[in-house]
Design a protein around this ligand. Structure first.
Ligand code: PHE
Length: 349
C-alpha cells in the first residue's frame, strides 16, 4: 500500500523539519508545508478518500496517527522556539525610545498671559457658548435681521436664519458674551448696581475663504467694562497695558481710527506699532489689530442696563494675529494645523 509508505514518509519528514526549525518563522513554514490547507497531509487525505473500503479500515487509523504525530511535533517545536525567544539576551546598550514632553500651544501660552494681565486689572475671565443664538450674536448687539453688518460676519447656521432671534449659529465673535452678561446684569442675576469687568478668550467661527491671514476658526480676546463715566481714555489705557504685556515691551504705540461696529459708539479700529526698523517685524509699521469703542447705549438697554447711569467700553481682538506678530509667524494656518514641527518651535521651557 503506497499510501501507508507515504504517510510514514510525511510523518518522518515533518518531525525532522520541526526539529530543525530554529525560530517561529521556520516552524510556521514547516507547519504550512505539512498541515496547511494545501499541505502534504491534505493531499494524503484526498488519496485516502478514494481508497477501496477494505484498505481504509487499515489506513484510517494510520492516517490519524500520522496526523497526531505531526501535530505533536508542531506543538513541541512551537514551545521550544518561544522559550528560545524569551531567553534571548537583552541588549542593554540599545537606546530607549525617545520621549518628548508635551508643550502648550503658542496660542494657549499667549492666552494665559493675557488673562493674567486682565486679572491684574480686575477683570474676571469668562467664556460663553460656541453654539449661540442669533439674538445674542447679532440682534442684541444692534445688528437686526437684514442689517448689512451681518454680511461681514457670514457664519455657519445650525437653523435657518429665517427662524429669527432663536436661530442657532456658530458665534462669529466673542461680543455675543457681552449680550449675555448685560442680560444677566440687567435682570439682577449679577450683583445689582455694581460695575463689572470681563475678558473672554474663546473660539469664533466664520464662513471665510482660508488664506495666510484668514481661517474659519480663530480665537478672539474680548474685554468689556461697565461702570460710571467710562471714557475712551480708559479703553486706550487697558489696550496699551495688554499689548505691552503681550509683546513684552512698554513702548507699544496705539493709534485709533474711527470705524463702524453697530454695538459701539464711537467705534474705532486700533493699529499698533513699536519702535524698530526690522522690515520682517510686522509691528514696526502700523498694523491693524482690533476693533473697539464705547458700548452703544442701546446695547446696554437691550440687556436691561440703564444707559443714563452706566457706560462702558469694549474691544475685540484676534489672538492669532497677536501670536503671529509676537512670533513672526507668516501664515495663520500654522495655528490650527496639527503640524508638530511648527508648533514645537514655540514650546515654552
Ligand atoms: N466683535 C467685533 C468683531 O469681531 C470686534 C469688536 C469688539 C468691535 C468689541 C468693537 C467692540 O469684528
Amino acid at each position: 500500500m503506497a499510501l501507508a509508505d507515504d504517510l510514514d514518509l510525511a510523518r518522518a519528514e515533518a518531525e525532522a523539519g520541526f526539529a530543525a526549525a530554529a525560530d517561529a518563522a521556520a516552524v510556521e513554514t514547516v507547519r504550512i508545508a505539512f498541515l496547511g490547507r494545501q499541505g502534504r497531509l491534505k493531499a494524503l487525505q484526498d488519496t485516502f478518500r478514494s481508497a477501496p473500503p477494505e484498505d481504509k479500515r487499515v489506513l484510517g487509523p494510520k492516517l490519524n496517527a500520522s496526523k497526531a504525530a505531526i501535530e505533536a511535533a508542531l506543538q513541541a517545536a512551537q514551545t521550544r522556539v518561544s522559550a528560545v525567544e524569551i531567553d534571548a539576551p537583552i541588549d542593554l546598550t540599545e537606546p530607549k525610545p525617545r520621549q518628548r514632553p508635551g508643550s502648550l500651544h503658542p496660542l494657549s501660552v499667549l492666552a494665559h498671559e493675557i488673562e493674567d494681565v486682565f486679572r491684574s486689572m480686575g477683570f474676571a475671565v469668562i467664556d460663553g457658548p460656541h453654539i449661540e443664538l442669533d439674538d445674542y450674536n447679532f440682534t442684541r448687539l444692534n445688528i437686526p435681521e437684514n442689517h448689512p453688518a451681518r454680511d461681514a460676519q457670514d457664519t455657519f447656521w445650525l437653523d435657518h436664519p429665517q427662524h429669527g432671534a432663536n436661530s442657532r449659529l456658530l458665534r462669529t465673535h466673542t461680543s455675543s458674551v457681552q449680550s449675555r452678561i448685560y442680560q444677566l446684569a440687567g435682570s439682577g442675576q449679577l450683583p445689582k448696581d455694581q460695575p463689572f469687568r470681563y475678558v473672554v478668550v474663546g473660539k469664533v467661527f466664520r464662513y471665510e475663504a482660508i488664506d495666510a491671514t484668514h481661517d474659519n476658526t480663530f480665537t478672539q480676546v474680548e474685554g468689556f467694562v461697565v461702570d460710571r463715566e467710562i471714557t475712551v481714555a480708559h479703553l486706550v489705557g487697558a489696550i496699551r497695558t495688554m499689548l505691552g504685556a503681550a509683546l513684552k515691551r512698554d513702548d507699544v504705540e496705539v493709534r485709533l481710527r474711527p470705524a463702524f461696529y453697530p454695538f459701539v459708539e464711537p467705534g474705532f479700529d486700533v493699529d499698533v506699532r513699536a519702535p524698530g526698523a526690522d522690515p520682517s517685524v510686522r509691528y514696526h509699521r502700523w498694523m491693524e489689530l482690533m476693533g473697539c469703542g464705547l458700548i452703544h447705549p442701546d446695547v446696554l438697554a437691550a440687556g436691561g442696563i440703564d444707559p443714563t447711569q452706566w457706560s462702558g467700553f469694549a474691544f475685540g481682538m484676534g489672538l492669532e494675529r497677536l501670536a503671529m506678530i509676537r512670533h513672526g509667524i507668516a501664515d495663520i494656518r500654522v495655528m490650527n494645523g496639527a503640524d508638530l514641527r511648527s508648533l514645537r518651535q514655540f514650546a515654552a521651557g
